[in-house]
Design a protein around this ligand. Structure first.
Ligand SMILES: [Zn+2]
Length: 209
């Protein structure tokens, strides 16, 4: 009853990533192509972990300027002001818009750092061929991917902020270098999640059985 279902890899089969056709996988053949659509065939995303790490390290490096450099410069009748993500949150909180401060904090600091940490954890665990709860780790990956699709929330928050400030006073807003770094972090983390192959989580289990 407790028998594990066979995987395509164990049966020597490989599904095409483009058209889904199942082909025979021969060991040693590096340059196999799909007989139907001519796409390259591979059992796992090639160099998945190395590519995930490359995008993750780039994200970590840009995470610092994203949070330390001003994300926007405001010019109004009352003078010029530069805000980082954190100083913007503090400003919103102090001026009484605590709900908006909370949204910006969750979208701009909490979610991106949680995503980075989750992907790092997944990459390390796969590299160490960890056997720890693959279902939990697959769920974690699913959440990271789901959040990736909603990453535009951050941009939405910035546009709401711009609209609010433009309405309130005769002010102009320019995006700072922090905004560029922040956008890059969002995109690079999405790439890191795309390059990660969740099937690698299950491989140590299949090899052990
Ligand atoms: Zn194909």
């Amino acid at each position: 009853m407790n028998q594990r279902p066979m995987t395509a890899r164990q049966l020597g089969l490989c599904a095409c990533h483009t058209c889904g056709l199942l082909s025979k996988w021969e060991r040693g053949h590096v340059d196999l192509t799909c007989p139907r659509c001519r796409s390259h065939l591979h059992l796992r995303k090639p160099d998945s972990i190395a590519r995930t790490w490359a995008f993750l390290i780039a994200s970590y490096l840009l995470f610092l300027p994203a949070n330390l450099l001003p994300i926007m410069h405001t010019n109004s009748l009352f003078g010029a002001q530069s805000d980082t993500i954190m100083s913007g949150i503090v400003y919103l909180w102090v001026s009484g818009s605590w709900h908006l401060a909370l949204v910006v904090f969750i979208a701009s600091i909490l979610v991106p750092s949680a995503k980075l940490l989750a992907l790092t954890f997944l990459a390390v665990s796969v590299q160490k061929r960890s056997q720890w709860d693959p279902i939990q780790r697959t769920n974690m990956y699913r959440i990271v991917e789901l959040v990736g699709r909603w990453s535009m929330l951050d941009i939405f928050v910035v546009s709401v902020l711009v609209a609010l400030v433009q309405l309130q006073s005769l002010a102009t807003i320019r995006a700072g270098h922090g905004a560029v770094a922040f956008g890059a972090v969002v995109v690079l983390t999405m790439f890191a999640a795309m390059e990660f192959d969740p099937r690698l989580i299950w491989d140590p289990q299949d090899d052990a059985s």
